[in-house]
Design a protein around this ligand. Structure first.
Ligand SMILES: NC(=O)c1ccc[n+]([C@@H]2O[C@H](COP(=O)([O-])OP(=O)(O)OC[C@H]3O[C@@H](n4cnc5c(N)ncnc54)[C@H](OP(=O)(O)O)[C@@H]3O)[C@@H](O)[C@H]2O)c1
Length: 255
């Protein structure tokens, strides 16, 4: 077997944890060191790789992945200013040049990660990579191809737009699940009732375009029902969200 790719992971949050869980499954990847401010967050990896909470102890690796809060990445990367090897971040909305390091790159796994969810199939996750140098892009490609069947090189501007799209389809939709759940709870109904509808809505767009898949009162321009719904939605913010989305759907399908 060729020499494994060595990787340092910086961070102990959702993404760092999932990357570690996945990388450890592949003998072609060697976890060199893990850095976190609070090592107690990384207990599950205690026996698998050296852990440090002093960044000055970081040893060279082919790729160092900074996976921390977006707001902290640029400042943190300054600590690696004199580090000679490739350093990447995992953020959708940060530019590659937000890294204050000599060798820069991005390794963006386009999925929603929560530590508590262990069922993630990395093979299906698009991994968007970027680097300023050809040789760095190649090593990122190598790492990404070990874990995923869906690797693409895109630039920071494209990744930024992709992140916005992700917020729409994942974070906003999930928030609507939350709001829908509250409505049901108030009426002694279980969130489980929504699950087949949620699944079918997600399944449908695997084959149909979202435009063709749309149904509902706004698409049908069913004013009576829309007004009845609006009268019944007491929560002011939810009422606004309903109105705005309805107007936007109506405008989309206006002949
Ligand atoms: N979650 C997702 O679904 C997802 C998907 C794709 C990409 N991303 C990107 O991946 C990165 C990490 O996201 P996440 O969801 O894993 O975050 P997270 O779960 O909120 O974890 C944030 C991590 O950042 C560390 N941190 C915060 N400020 C720090 C600082 N000043 N110095 C050192 N460490 C610091 C925290 O350490 P402490 O515990 O010590 O505070 C924690 O380990 C972000 O760039 C995010 O945009 C997230």
């Amino acid at each position: 077997m060729a020499k494994p790719i060595s990787v340092n992971i910086i961070g102990s949050g959702n993404v760092a944890t999932h990357l570690l869980r996945e990388f450890l499954k592949h003998p072609e990847i060697h976890i060199n060191q893990i850095f976190a401010r609070k090592l107690q967050n990384l207990k599950e990896f205690e026996d698998v790789a050296p852990m440090i909470n002093d960044i000055d102890l970081l040893k060279p690796a082919d790729i160092t992945i900074i996976s921390i809060t977006d707001d902290a990445v640029s400042e943190f990367s300054k600590k690696l200013k004199n580090y000679r090897e490739l350093v990447v971040h995992t953020s959708g909305s940060l530019d590659i040049n937000d890294l204050q390091t000599e060798q820069k790159g991005v390794f963006y796994p386009f999925q929603t990660f929560s530590k508590l969810n262990k069922n993630i199939n990395f093979k299906e996750i698009p991994i968007l990579i970027e680097a300023t140098k050809k040789e760095n892009l190649e090593v990122l490609q190598k790492l990404a191809n070990i874990v995923s069947n869906n690797v693409l090189e895109i630039n920071s501007q494209q990744r930024f737009q992709l992140h916005i799209a992700g917020v729409l389809v994942a974070n906003f939709v999930n928030h609507l699940y939350y709001q829908a759940g509250k409505l049901l709870e108030k009426n002694n109904l279980s969130f489980d009732l929504l699950k087949p509808l949620i699944m079918e809505t997600a399944r449908k767009v695997q084959n149909l375009s979202p435009e063709n898949a749309q149904t509902g009162p706004a698409k049908r321009n069913d004013k009576l029902i829309i007004n009845k719904h609006l009268k019944a939605i007491e929560d002011k913010n939810l009422n606004e969200i309903y109105k705005l989305l309805t107007r936007n759907i109506e405008e989309t399908y206006k002949k």
